[in-house]
Every structure is written in C-alpha cells, then in structure tokens.
Design a protein around this ligand. Structure first.
Ligand SMILES: Cc1cc2nc3c(=O)[nH]c(=O)nc-3n(C[C@H](O)[C@H](O)[C@H](O)COP(=O)(O)OP(=O)(O)OC[C@H]3O[C@@H](n4cnc5c(N)ncnc54)[C@H](O)[C@@H]3O)c2cc1C
Length: 390
C-alpha cells in the first residue's frame, strides 16, 4: 500500500491530522494499535483553548462542540478557605475557554473521517517505521498478516508510549523530564457541574471541579501515587472533595454515582527535536504536561495545526520551509505550556516535603496574583494559550 503521509496513532492528534490533510487533498493512512471502542472509552482532557476551538471548527468538526460544549470566561482558584480569584481569559486575553471532552472530540473526528472515506486501520500490531532519513515506510501486522505502507512522510502521533519517538536515535534525541510525588484521583459523574471550573489549593491537597457538558462533571483530588481506586468508594471521594473547597462552594457540588474513576500520575516531559528525517512527532509522542494547566490536548492540536500547514505547503508548491521550521516552532509553544503547567502545579499542590514556610509562600503568591493586574494578565494570557505563530 502507498500513501503520502503515514500517521501512527489514532488519538486526537492523529485523527485531526488526517482530517486536516484530507481537506487539502493530501492522502494519509492512520495506523492505530487499539480498537476504536478502546480509544473512545478513554476519559481524558476537557478544556479547550480558543485557538483549539478554531482549529477544530476549521477542520469541519466544530458543530457538536458548538452545541454541547460549555463556554466560560476562565477558571477560578480558591485558597485559604476564603480567597477566590478568576483567571479571566476573556478580560485579559480577549478569549473565552470551551469545556468539551476529548472523548467527544475523538468521536467527532472518527465520524468525519468515516464520512470522507478516510483509511483508519485499527488493531494494527507491531507498527514499525523504517528508513526515516531515506524513503520511509511503515510495517505492521493486522489479523495475522504482515503489511507494508510506503509514504513520503511519517507522522508520529502515537502518544507517550508509542514507537515513533523510540525510532529516533538516542544520540539525536534530548529529553527533559520531571515526575511529581502524587497523582490525581478523578471521577466522572452524570451531575450538573459547578458554574465555573474551580481549582482549590487546600491544606489537605489540591482539588479541581471541572466539567464536560451541562450534565457531566469531572472532579479530581490530589492523592498519594500508590493509592488504589478501590480504596476510594464514591462516598469517601465526595467527602474528601468537599472538604477541600470553601463551604459555600462545597454546598453547590451535586454528588451522584461515579461512572468512571481512575488515578493518573503527573509528569512533565519534553523531547527535542520533534523531527528526525521524514518523521515528525506531534502531541503526547513528543511531550507530556501535568494536567493542571489543561494544556496536553491543546498542545496536540497546535502541533497538528503547524504540521498540517507545513505538509500543505510542501504538497502545494514543493517548499519545505515550514517543515524545516516545524520542530523549533512547535517546541516554542510546547515549552511555554510545559513551564506554565509546571508552575501552576507547584503553586496549587501540597508536596510531601513541603513545610509551613512553603505553604505560606504559595498563599502569598496567590494573594499577589489576585491583587496585581499585571500578574492576573500574565496568568490569563498563558491559560488562554499563546497565539499560533505565522
Ligand atoms: C488520564 C489522563 C487525563 C488527562 N487529562 C487532561 C486534561 O484534563 N487536560 C488536558 O489538556 N490534557 C489531559 N490529558 C492529556 C491529553 O489527554 C493528551 O495530551 C492527549 O490525549 C494527546 O493526544 P495524542 O493524540 O497526542 O495522544 P494519545 O491520546 O495518547 O493518542 C495516541 C494514540 O496512539 C496509539 N498508539 C500508541 N502506540 C502505538 C503504536 N505503537 N502503534 C499504533 N498506535 C499506537 C494509542 O493507542 C493512542 O490511540 C490527560 C491524559 C490522561 C492520560
């Protein structure tokens, strides 16, 4: 089989790339390791920057998002049981945020690819890219048979544990990594969310009240990394969650049975460069951020925007200008988001090795942000997401 762009990974990055390329008349084939049911069952991100909203609309997958997604002016931080601050993205960055689940985005993208007759090969095993600095091709096994896919370019959209980044020689790849000594215990419930996405810095640990749609809420509490979800029956979760918010906010939280419950570790990771020969990495294949800044999915979307534009330029007029600048351009945005996500994580969580001094310093920093317009503008600008480069 032959195509122009072989895309490894059928998560949001890979599906969106194939959709954007198709709109420009560029052929691609998506190779996904798991079944479609498995991919669609994953509950992950849910907060979109306005730049991401526009990319999805331009990709022709904005209709349901515009109907079911929840627009909001930013997010609230509460601390010391009484203080409240709105990260006002509409006021300071001129853009609202959109709450719309990654699962829905993935469903919308699958529907669009199916409608356009796109080729997505799921349950593809042993996907392996070859000859990345020459004439690239990808081999895989499907239903017990070996296949070969020849292409001009390979897009590595296969997430943190994928094969693409691992195909880059160690002598070329530089990685930067930081682990955090806690996890996020998250639940999804069919209950109306709080009116605003709300972060809590509390002496018992971080908490977050988030949303997916008017009848779907996502809540998190910081927990020890070695906790087991079985130790967290719903009743214990709701009690702990409410204890970390000021009373008037806790009173507004509508509880109900969880429909999903999981513990996710937090990690910062960046791999440089995001290109090796004819292989281009996009999304979690190249970087991971702790979810505090709600940046992971947004970065996957901005990488794909840059990469689709670069491939479009190449197939339009043969210029490799954007392809040659892809890694540097994407990494500038990635590092901005990685730094912001790390900073917000350090500001809002309680770390096991922290003492009273560190806690007061966090609270004083929050007091400062709430009282200083330049500080409020800075946090809002970064939370809203920096504009894409021309
Ligand atoms: C539990 C959790 C919660 C999260 N919460 C948030 C959040 O609140 N906000 C936020 O912004 N971000 C969040 N994220 C991050 C966000 O979900 C990711 O940044 C986003 O999924 C990145 O999309 P992607 O397409 O790059 O990677 P992925 O979604 O990981 O997709 C990669 C795809 O490649 C496939 N694949 C892997 N290896 C191979 C292979 N060898 N061959 C073929 N296919 C392969 C995988 O099956 C997968 O379908 C969360 C992530 C997790 C895990």
């Amino acid at each position: 089989m032959k195509t122009q762009v072989a895309i490894i990974g059928g998560g949001p990055a890979g599906l969106l790339l194939s959709q954007l390329l198709d709109l420009q008349g560029i052929e691609s084939v998506v190779l996904e390791r798991h079944s479609r049911e498995h991919v669609l069952a994953r509950i992950r991100a849910g907060v979109l920057e306005w730049g991401s909203v526009e990319v999805l609309r331009n990709a022709g997958v904005g209709e349901r998002m515009d109907t079911e997604g929840l627009l909001h002016d930013g997010s609230v931080i509460v601390w010391s049981a009484k203080h409240r601050f709105l990260i006002d993205t509409r006021r300071y960055a001129g853009r609202p945020m959109m709450a719309y689940g990654q699962t829905n985005i993935t469903e919308d993208l699958y529907a669009a690819r199916d409608a356009a007759g796109g080729t997505i090969i799921d349950e593809a095993n042993d996907v392996t890219p070859h000859d990345l600095t020459g004439n690239p091709y990808v081999t895989y096994e499907k239903d017990g048979e070996q296949h070969r896919l020849d292409c001009n370019y390979v897009a590595g959209c296969d997430g943190f544990h994928g094969v693409s980044r691992a195909s880059i020689p160690e002598s070329i790849l530089q990685t930067y990594e930081k682990d955090y000594p806690f996890g996020w215990l998250g639940i999804l419930s069919r209950t109306p969310p709080l009116p605003e996405l709300t972060y809590a810095n509390h002496e018992r640990g971080f908490a977050l009240a988030s949303m997916r749609n008017p009848m779907l809420s996502r809540y998190y509490v910081q927990c020890p990394l070695d906790d087991d979800v079985d130790e967290w029956p719903d009743e214990r979760f709701w009690q702990e969650l409410k204890s970390r918010f000021p009373e008037e906010i806790a009173a507004q939280i509508v509880t109900g049975p969880s429909i999903e419950k999981s513990i996710a570790p937090l990690r910062s990771f960046v791999a440089e460069p995001m290109r090796y020969g004819n292989l281009f990495l996009a999304g979690d294949a190249a970087h991971i951020v702790p979810p505090t800044g709600a940046k992971g999915l947004n970065l996957a979307i901005s990488d794909v925007f840059y990469l689709s534009r670069a491939l479009t330029q190449f197939y339009d007029n043969g210029s490799t200008d954007y392809l040659d600048r892809y890694s540097d351009m994407a990494l500038r945005r990635v590092w901005g988001a990685a730094r912001f996500s790390w900073w917000l994580t350090m500001l809002l969580h309680r770390f096991p090795d922290q003492g009273a001094f560190d806690h007061r310093a966090q609270e004083v920093e929050l007091d400062y942000i709430a009282s200083s317009e330049p500080a409020a503008r800075s946090i809002a600008e970064q939370y809203a997401g920096l504009p894409f480069e021309e």
